[in-house]
Design a protein around this ligand. Structure first.
Ligand SMILES: Nc1nc2c(ncn2[C@@H]2O[C@H](COP(=O)(O)OP(=O)(O)OP(=O)(O)O)[C@@H](O)[C@H]2O)c(=O)[nH]1
Ligand SMILES: [Mg+2]
Length: 481
């Protein structure tokens, strides 16, 4: 499927009717009809259309309905039949459903639609997007697990539908089902190993004096662009904050595992641009940090899918400080929805979370005030049991990675939020004092060094464990053997 198809632009914004066909298909894209139901306000199909376009579908029609869920089709029967007729008239190869369908609903809808029409619900569409972009061992394993967890209940349904009476009663005994269950176990084990390796790597990085900062947020919020702005070496000479910059090799090798590092330099305006966490060095407020850019969140994914992407969630939870990136240019409703999805996926963190309103250059003062208000109401409305992290959130810092506004405020906030200890050590100038001092320079912020006769007075600040070790080394170096 091609990624660059721009079916979203083809949306007929003037149309108020809830079923329509638009003759706009790209020659080689998969023709699809979008269907959406909402039991609240009118269904908004903007995001699902964007996701569909990014996955290579040309949206040629749309059916929406406001009503409660129907157990058979999710849509009501009459609306489902309207969808069937539209799919036939528009010659659609797929129906993209904005929501999660149960296995039974997926099959019922498939039976109703013209033969060969694929039923792609929101979680499956997300899996297709992930599959397009998976770029590392961890991403592959995460994708595999999410896919298997999605397939398992559907496979059980399929087995039950076309099997004999005894299998129908116990579809989990079928060998295909057992095989998928085994593969799920093995993917989980592999991900556990990757999680352990990453935890060990975090410990090493902290011991080397780095503060770990993670960027989290909804897909397309501007995380990667901000990460590149904050990074020490902007290794891509073409990078100017625009989406069109080509990918480049990283010069920084601090991150270790190269598979961990692929993919975040190309910043394009599509969902799931980043599919594995990427880490690079950044000096923020004088502190040496390792900045991890993570996979974006998406609303409406089942819990297993979110759990499969736990490498991302782990990186955010275990960070010394997490930046929660929220797109200020979203309309207030979208901002609230995306923020809720992000905060519930994160649940809780070990360190503080700093909310950031990105793309501030895209809004005027009123727009920014509206974004702040939408942010505050979303946080206030959240049930703390769903998102304990929302409890301790401060007000968001507006920034623009494009014009660099707000970046200094953000750096100050990060430096304030990081765990910090200070020490003043006086040591005789001799022995290994210079070696101990250079150890301290490498791992902490040495704020002052005064040479007074035979002694050196050193002021330093940094991670508490590193400052304690620097103090021990300096005192040890100064004392006679
Ligand atoms: N105007 C403006 N656009 C921005 C800014 N930051 C990012 N963008 C654009 O927003 C889009 C998404 O940016 P990314 O940095 O890829 O977003 P992301 O959160 O990493 O997205 P995923 O990796 O897909 O989760 C791109 O088209 C960027 O050029 C900004 O400060 N101002
Ligand atoms: Mg990204």
């Amino acid at each position: 499927m091609s990624r660059d198809d721009d079916a979203t632009n083809e949306r007929d914004a003037s149309s108020g009717q809830d079923a329509r066909a638009t003759e706009t298909a790209h020659a080689d894209a998969t023709r699809a009809v979008v269907a959406a139901r909402s039991d609240g306000g009118p269904p908004d199909t903007a995001e699902i259309r964007e996701l569909a376009a990014a996955a290579g579908y040309a949206v040629v029609g749309e059916v929406t309905q406001r009503r409660r869920e129907d157990p058979t089709y999710d849509l009501g029967r009459g609306k489902a039949e309207e969808l069937m007729r539209l799919a036939a008239d528009a010659d659609a190869e797929a129906v993209i459903y904005d929501g999660g369908l149960s296995p039974g609903q997926t099959f019922s809808l498939g039976d109703l639609l013209p033969t060969g029409t694929a039923v792609v619900d929101r979680p499956r569409l997300a899996l297709e997007l992930f599959a397009d972009a998976a770029d590392s061992r961890a991403a592959d394993r995460q994708l595999e697990l999410a896919r298997l967890c999605y397939e398992l209940p559907r496979l059980r349904e399929a087995v039950a539908r076309d099997a004999s009476e005894d299998v129908r009663l116990q579809p989990e005994g079928d060998s295909r089902v057992l095989d998928v269950e085994k593969r799920i176990e093995s993917a989980e084990r592999a991900l556990d190993e990757i999680a352990d390796e990453r935890a060990a790597r975090r410990a090493e990085r902290r011991a080397a004096g780095f503060d770990l900062v993670a960027l989290a947020g909804y897909t397309n919020a501007g995380k990667s662009t901000l990460a590149r702005r904050l990074a020490d070496e902007v290794d891509d000479p073409n990078f100017d904050g625009e989406a069109s910059a080509p990918p480049a090799e990283r010069a920084d090798t601090a991150a270790g595992d190269p598979a961990d590092d692929a993919g975040a330099l190309a910043v394009a305006d599509r969902p799931f641009e980043t599919l594995s966490s990427t880490t690079r060095r950044a000096t923020v407020g004088g502190r040496r940090t390792l900045l991890t850019d993570t996979v974006g969140f998406l609303d409406g994914l089942p819990h297993e899918s979110v759990r499969s992407f736990r490498a991302t969630i782990d990186a955010i939870r275990a960070a010394d400080c997490a930046l929660l990136v929220v797109d200020a240019s979203d309309d207030p409703g979208g901002l609230r929805r995306k923020l809720r999805a992000s905060l519930s996926a994160i649940e809780s963190t070990d360190g503080p979370v700093i909310p950031v309103l990105s793309k501030a250059d895209e809004v005027d003062a009123d727009g920014l005030a509206a974004a702040v208000e939408a942010y505050e109401t979303a946080v206030a409305d959240l049930d703390p049991r769903d998102a304990p992290v929302a409890d301790a959130l401060r007000s968001p810092i507006p920034v623009s990675a494009r014009d660099e506004s707000g970046l200094a405020d953000l750096a100050d906030a990060v430096a304030d939020a990081l765990p910090t200890a200070t020490a003043t050590v006086e040591v005789p100038n001799g022995g290994d004092a210079q070696a101990a001092l250079s150890w301290a320079y490498d791992r902490s912020v040495v704020t002052d060094v005064e040479y007074a006769g035979e002694t050196i007075a050193v002021d330093l600040a940094g991670r508490p464990d590193v400052v304690a070790e620097a103090e021990r080394r300096l005192r040890g170096a100064g004392s006679p053997p």
